[in-house]
Structures are given as C-alpha cells and as structure tokens.
Design a protein around this ligand. Structure first.
Ligand code: ARG
Length: 585
C-alpha cells in the first residue's frame, strides 16, 4: 500500500508538471505548523530559483491546478508555501483501505532482500548478564522491522563458543577432574563418559578460571594450549566442549524466550571453523595475507585514514583462530548459505574498531560483493539511577535473570494492588508487563544514546512506557467486550465526527511513513514514539466522545471501528518491537 505522503506528493507533483514546472518540486511533508494546516509543500521556493519567477506566483498556479482535486479540502498559499488540509472523505477512504491491508499500511520493499541480523552474541559457559540486554532487545526489534517492511530477515545469535573462554573452562575442569577420559588421551566416542555439568556450575567455573589465569601464568598457557588443541580437533576436548555448549544453549534459550527474543539460527563462532581454510586460501590468492612475527595478518589501513587501523590477525602464532578470524569466516559462510544484501551487527559500540577491521578485510578480499552492506549497529550503555553503568548492590555485574525477577516482582505487586486486581492470570500478565516495561524503556531511546534503567518509571501506567500501551489495549478490550464487539469486524470508517478523531486518524494514516524511516535509520525509537502518540490521541478521543452512551447508531459504530483499528495498530507496533500485548490488566 502506498503511503499517504506519497499519494499527496504524487498529486501535487502532477500539478507542478501541469503548470510547466519540474515534477520533483511537488514533495509534500507533514506541516511544521499543525495549527495552520496538516501538510505543506515548499517546492515553489526551489522552483522560483530555477524558473526565475516569484515563489508566490508559482504556488498560486499550482494551488489553482489542484482546486478541483477531491483529495484536498483547502490549499492556502502563504508567501510561497502551499498549506494543505485534506478532505475527510479522502482520509477515511485511506484509513478503511489501511485497516484491511495485511500489512496495515506499512510500505513493503520492492525487492525481498535478505538481511542477516547478528545479535545476542553471548559467550558459552558464562551467564547472560545485563551487558547482553541491549543487543537482544535492539537486535530483535531491528530484525522485526526489516521483516515488517518486506525483507527476509534472519536472526543469528552468533554464540561465542570457540575462544579462550572455553579453553579456560576446560582447563579448570581438567584440574578438578583429571581422571576423566576427556583429558588423559583415552577418550573414546563409543564410551559414555560419566560426567554431567549444569549451567549453574559453569557460571561459577568461568569467573574462577578467568581470575586464576590472570594470577597464574602456567594456567593461562594451559588454557591457551587447550583452546588451540580444541580448534585443531582434539577429540576429548571436542566432546566435552559439545557438552558445555548444549548446557549453555539451553540456559540461554530459556532467558531469551522469556524476553520474547527468538533466533532463526543458533550458529556459533565454531560453525565458521570449516570456512577458515577457504578464507586463508582467498586471502593468499589475493596476496593480502602475510606472516608477521609468526602470526598471519592482513593490512587494512587506507591511505586517507587519519587514525591508525591495526592489521587484522587471522591466525595467531600457535595457529589458533581469534575473534576476527571467526567473524571473517562467518561472513564467507553467510555469503555461501544466504547471499545476503546486508549483514547487521547489533553489538556494543566499544567493538567498532573490530568491525571496521573485519569489514575492510571482507571487502578487500571480496568475500561479499561491493554493494553488500556490512553494518555495525552499535548502542550506548544502560546506566543505573546514579548515571553510571548499571551494577548490583555489591558492585558486580547483574545477571539478566535477576534483573528480570526484580522487575517481575514489582509488576506482580502493582497488579495485585491495582484496580485491575481481578486479572485472571497474574503470572502471565506480569511476565508480559515485565517484558514490555524493560523493552520499551530501552527502545524509546535512540539506540546510540545511554539511558537510565529506572524500574519505577518503566512500570508507570502513564507516559512513554510499554505499560501505558498495554493498558490502552486492555482498556479498548474491556470496552469492546462491554459492547459485545468482535475483533474480526470489518473496519469501515466513512465519516469523521470530531476533531480529536481527525487527529487520531491522521496519526494512524501516517504510520507507514514512520516504519519506513525506522527501517532506513535503523531506529526502533520512531515506532515507540508513534505508538505512544497513537495511544495518547486515542485517550483524548475516548475522553471526548461517550461511546457507550451514544444514541446515533452510525456514529457509535464508527467510533467502535476506530477502537478496533487503534487496537490492531498498537498490537502491530508492539509486535514489531518484540512486545506481546495483554487482553486485560
Ligand atoms: N561474543 C561477542 C562478545 O561477547 C559478541 C559477538 C558479536 N557478534 C559478532 N559477529 N562478532 O563480545
């Protein structure tokens, strides 16, 4: 479905052409002065320069050419501006079409391109902590925005499962259980090893081993050796690694599911190992790789760089792969498997140098085509109330699970004491409120900005919060139930009775534009703002018009239809943000 702005632009452009001017001057935008008009076109000013004529005269000609167009109620010419007010019937027709459009008016990409979204990125054998929250929330939303606008979006968790952290855990296990066949060279695939490890144990072992490696050089070397051996196929280590991986994955999945974060692919760095040889072959063929103190590296510095960009290390001197190796080999793998037109990396801003190096190397080696967009979509820090990175009371990094429970407990408390205490399924509702509060509280900020994690603010039922949106949907639902209205009613809007209604319908009709820019700018916050504005305008509309007691049946039905539409729209917005709604609250 075409966006409202496009339709208006088309008609105004045609009028410019009809008057003998270039079509391109007909661009219509939302008015800067909502008190004067709904839309405006400033093209006459630009045309004035080209045609050496006064903007006022050009605008007047164009307005005259549009005077018979049924789309417009009024076009005022103010100096050279065209101030536009649309006809109600035009708007209601557009809204009626939007309501039955399967994409609810979200414009669809011309070509269904494949976009791989690399987000999540937790490291096996380590628990999910708050440092993993933003990547999960933003990545999931961006992926859904890409799908909603007609792309094939594939989310990949890209587990950290092949680096030193695994070597550290295996090294520590080898000291605690030296007799296991994984370590003593007697490992045999046919024989079940009597050893189980839980996620909780791993979560303790990793920090212990990591600390030990910093204090104990011998242990550190052992862990490095184990990492290199694992990567070159040591069977015992591989078997133990697989066990650790399974336990970790299951643990991650549980938490991600709770947060309504779902990955299409559960690949890890290790899955790229089989492409490393090919990667090196390509780099050799293109004469890009050379030996530097025993390591294999590729230069990525450009002549016009103002800062130093260090070479990418492809193989360390002990032949082990590192972070850049697996990322490059993964690009090769993704290219072969999916031929994507874009790969997005939703990863903390602090990794920008790494991605800069990796992307430069990938382009130089032509692992992807020149126009494949490799993009690092960074994000800012989540801070505590003191404005510093969020910490637990004793200064540690908070586990995601603990953060979730803290919000959940509060949500339950609020539900119990609220006027909506009658909610049937408190647990399910509180879970949804928790997710809405956490995610919306994050996504309402531009992703590059830092923000303060403020539970009480996020759980407020008024203001720019996920809870306000859930509440609006629940409120509409309760009204629809009272009026015995069915969600599947065909939504037809053919009249506008009040001013608040018109504002609400205009806002809804412009949503397509918002989704489009939110894709272009990779900015889920636009969708949050739009949802909030729709809900606020709905609130005005609802307070102004007494739907239940309305005697005029046609009017009443029109208003009910607006309620149905707002509900549909808000659910769609939330779904794209990765937030599920509740039916009652
Ligand atoms: N595991 C990495 C880390 O903890 C994040 C992975 C991000 N994705 C990527 N393709 N490098 O820093």
């Amino acid at each position: 479905m075409n966006t409202l702005i496009n339709i208006l632009t088309e008609n105004v452009s045609n009028a410019f052409e009809k008057c003998g001017y270039d079509k391109n001057f007909g661009k219509v935008t939302i008015s800067d002065r909502q008190d004067l008009c709904e839309f405006q076109c400033n093209g006459a000013f630009m045309a004035a320069k080209q045609y050496k004529k006064s903007p006022q005269i050009i605008a007047a000609e164009v307005a005259k050419a549009l005077s018979d167009d049924k789309m417009f109620k009024k076009i005022d010419v103010v100096s050279g501006f065209l101030n536009i007010i649309t006809e109600d019937a035009f708007l209601t027709d557009y809204i009626t079409e939007l309501a039955s459009d399967e994409n609810l008016g979200i414009p669809q990409a011309q070509k269904c391109e494949t976009i791989i979204v690399d987000y999540g990125g937790p490291n096996c054998a380590k628990p999910l902590h708050i440092g993993h929250l933003r990547a999960a929330i933003i990545g999931e939303a961006l992926k859904r925005i890409a799908s909603a606008t007609g792309r094939k979006a594939i989310g990949d968790v890209h587990l950290g499962d092949w680096g030193l952290q695994i070597g550290l855990v295996i090294a520590e296990l080898s000291e605690r259980y030296p007799d296991l066949s994984y370590f003593n060279g007697t490992y045999n695939k046919e024989q079940e090893v009597n050893f189980e490890v839980t996620a909780e144990q791993l979560n303790d072992i990793y920090p212990f081993a990591s600390k030990k490696s910093k204090e104990n050089e011998e242990f550190k070397l052992k862990a490095q050796k184990i990492t290199a051996d694992l990567q070159s196929g040591n069977k015992g280590y591989l078997a133990l690694w697989k066990k650790i991986l399974d336990v970790s994955k299951e643990d991650f999945k549980k938490m991600y599911d709770k947060l309504n974060v779902h990955f299409e692919l559960w690949y890890g760095e290790s899955d790229s190992e089989k492409y490393v040889e090919k990667l090196i072959e390509i780099l050799e063929d293109k004469n890009l790789i050379y030996n530097s103190n025993g390591a294999l590296v590729v230069d990525v510095q450009n002549e016009d760089d103002k800062v130093q960009i260090p070479p990418v290390i492809i193989k360390k001197s002990d032949n082990s792969s590192i972070y850049a190796t697996t990322d490059l080999a993964t690009i090769l793998q993704r290219q072969i498997d999916y031929n994507p037109s874009e790969i997005w990396y939703v990863v903390d801003n602090r990794q920008s140098l790494h991605f800069n190096q990796v992307f430069r190397c990938a382009k130089k080696a032509e692992l992807v085509s020149k126009d494949t967009n490799l993009e690092h979509l960074g994000f800012g820090t989540m801070n505590g109330n003191d404005g510093k990175p969020f910490k637990t009371r004793d200064g540690g990094v908070m586990r995601l699970e603990d953060l979730y429970s803290t919000v959940y407990e509060k949500a339950v408390e609020r539900l119990k004491e609220s006027e909506f205490g009658k909610v049937k399924n408190i647990e399910e509702t509180a879970n949804k409120i928790t997710v809405a509060a956490i995610k919306f509280g994050d996504l309402i900020n531009h992703r590059l900005k830092d923000y303060i994690f403020d539970i009480d603010k996020f759980l407020a039922s008024k203001g720019k919060t996920g809870v306000f949106l859930l509440y609006t949907i629940a409120r509409i639902n309760s009204l629809l139930n009272k009026l015995e209205q069915d969600d599947d009613n065909k939504i037809i809007i053919n009249n506008i009775y009040s001013d608040t209604e018109k504002q609400l319908l205009l806002k809804i009709s412009l949503s397509g534009e918002v989704f489009k820019s939110s894709f272009n700018d990779k900015a889920p916050n636009y969708i949050c703002e739009n949802a909030y504005e729709i809900a606020s305008l709905f609130s005005n509309f609802y307070n102004d018009n007494h739907i239940i007691s309305e005697n005029d049946a046609t009017k009443k039905q029109a208003w009910i239809n607006i309620c149905l539409l707002v509900k549909k729209m808000l659910i769609k917005h939330l779904d794209i943000l990765g937030i599920s709604h509740v039916n009652e609250m």
